[in-house]
Write a protein that binds this ligand. Structure first.
Ligand code: SF4
Length: 298
C-alpha cells in the first residue's frame, strides 16, 4: 500500500517506521528460517574463533573445507602456539589472504597461551586484543560462544538492513558498518540482537543477494524500502528510436545525448533532461528508465 505522497504504508494504513520494519522482518524471517545460526562448523570456542578469523572476506563454505584438517593439526590453542606461520600456511592456503591469516593465527595462539592462560578471553574487549580479531570477529565470537549481546554487521547485514530501511537516509545515511550497527541496535530489541544477526545474514546470503535480490519470493516486500522504490520506477518504454539519440525525456518528449544531473529526494544523483530537468529519462537502446534506487554495499 502507498500513501498519497507516495510513501509505503502498512495494511493498517500506518507508515513503516524503522522499528516496525525491524519487528516485521524478524517475525517473517523467524517463520522462514528454521535454524538461525552460523554456517561455520566448529566444536569449541577456540574452533569458532579460528573459523571466524578465516572467514574474513571468504565464504563459509570454503572455510568449512579447510578447517577439519586444520583442527586435526592444531586442535588447541597450545598446539597452535607451538606452530610457525610457515607451518600453518599449507592448511589455510585456499582461503583468502592465506599469508596474513596464517600469521594472525600463529600470533593468536601465542597470545591465548601467554596472555590469557590458554583460554579465550570472554569479553569483546579481550577478544579484540587478539591478532586478526577486529570488531566484527570479536562480536561474532562473543555473541555465539559467550552469549554476549552483540549485533555484528557483515556485508550481508549491511546490505539487507539498508535495503529494508532499518537505517536512516540523507545526511544520516548508514554508509559504514559501524553506522549500520549503531542504527539497527536502536530498532531491534537487545535480546534479539544475536538472532537478528543470523537471520539477516542468512536472508542476505540466500534471498536478498547482492547482485540479484529475489524479491518475488521474499516475505519482506510489504515493508521493504528498496522494493517499494523499485516498484515505483517507471515501466520501460517501447519503440524508442535510438538513431535519434541515446536518451529520451518522457516529460518533454525529446531525444538528447548530453544529460544533466539532478539529486533526488533520497540524495541519489540521477540523470535528468537538459531541457526541462525531468528525471523521466529512458535509455533508447533498451527502453529502460535511467533512474536508480540507492543500494549500499560493502
Ligand atoms: S524485498 Fe527484495 S530487496 Fe527487499 S529484503 Fe526482500 S529480497 Fe531484499
Amino acid at each position: 500500500m502507498t500513501s498519497s505522497d507516495g510513501e509505503r504504508v502498512a495494511e493498517d494504513g500506518r507508515r513503516w517506521s524503522r522499528t516496525r520494519r525491524a519487528e516485521f522482518a524478524l517475525q517473517q524471517l523467524r517463520a522462514e528460517i528454521d535454524e538461525p545460526a552460523t554456517e561455520l562448523r566448529y566444536e569449541s570456542e577456540y574452533e569458532l574463533l579460528v573459523a571466524v578469523i578465516l572467514s574474513a572476506q571468504c565464504t563459509d563454505r570454503r572455510v568449512n573445507e579447510v578447517t577439519p584438517a586444520f583442527f586435526e593439526a592444531f586442535p588447541t590453542p597450545r598446539a597452535l602456539a607451538a606452530a610457525t606461520q610457515e607451518e600453518i600456511f599449507p592448511y589455510v592456503q585456499s582461503v583468502t589472504y592465506p599469508n596474513n591469516k596464517a600469521g594472525y593465527l600463529a600470533e593468536m595462539g601465542r597470545q591465548v597461551m601467554e596472555d590469557f592462560g590458554g583460554a579465550l578471553p570472554e569479553t569483546i574487549a579481550g577478544l579484540r586484543e587478539l591478532q586478526g580479531v577486529g570488531r566484527k570477529t570479536a562480536q561474532v565470537v562473543a555473541s555465539v560462544a559467550f552469549e554476549i549481546d552483540a549485533l555484528p554487521v557483515d556485508t550481508h547485514v549491511f546490505r539487507v538492513a539498508n535495503r529494508l530501511g532499518l537505517t536512516k537516509e540523507g545526511a544520516e545515511a548508514a554508509d559504514t558498518p559501524r553506522k549500520v550497527e549503531r542504527q539497527i541496535k536502536r530498532v531491534i530489541p537487545k535480546q534479539d540482537w544475536g538472532e537478528a544477526h543470523h537471520l539477516l545474514i542468512l536472508h542476505g546470503r540466500y534471498t536478498c543477494t547482492a547482485r540479484n535480490p529475489d524479491c518475488p519470493s521474499c516475505p519482506l516486500t510489504p515493508a521493504c524500502r528498496y522494493y517499494a522504490r523499485k516498484e515505483r520506477l517507471p515501466a520501460p518504454l517501447d519503440e524508442l528510436d535510438a538513431a535519434r539519440g541515446p536518451l529520451f525525456c518522457n516529460t518533454c518528449d525529446r531525444y538528447f545525448d548530453a544529460p544533466a544531473t539532478h539529486i533526488d529526494r533520497y540524495e541519489q544523483e540521477q540523470i535528468a533532461c537538459p531541457a526541462c530537468g525531468s528525471m523521466q529519462v529512458f535509455d533508447t537502446d533498451d527502453g529502460e528508465p535511467t533512474k536508480t534506487v540507492p543500494d549500499y554495499r560493502v
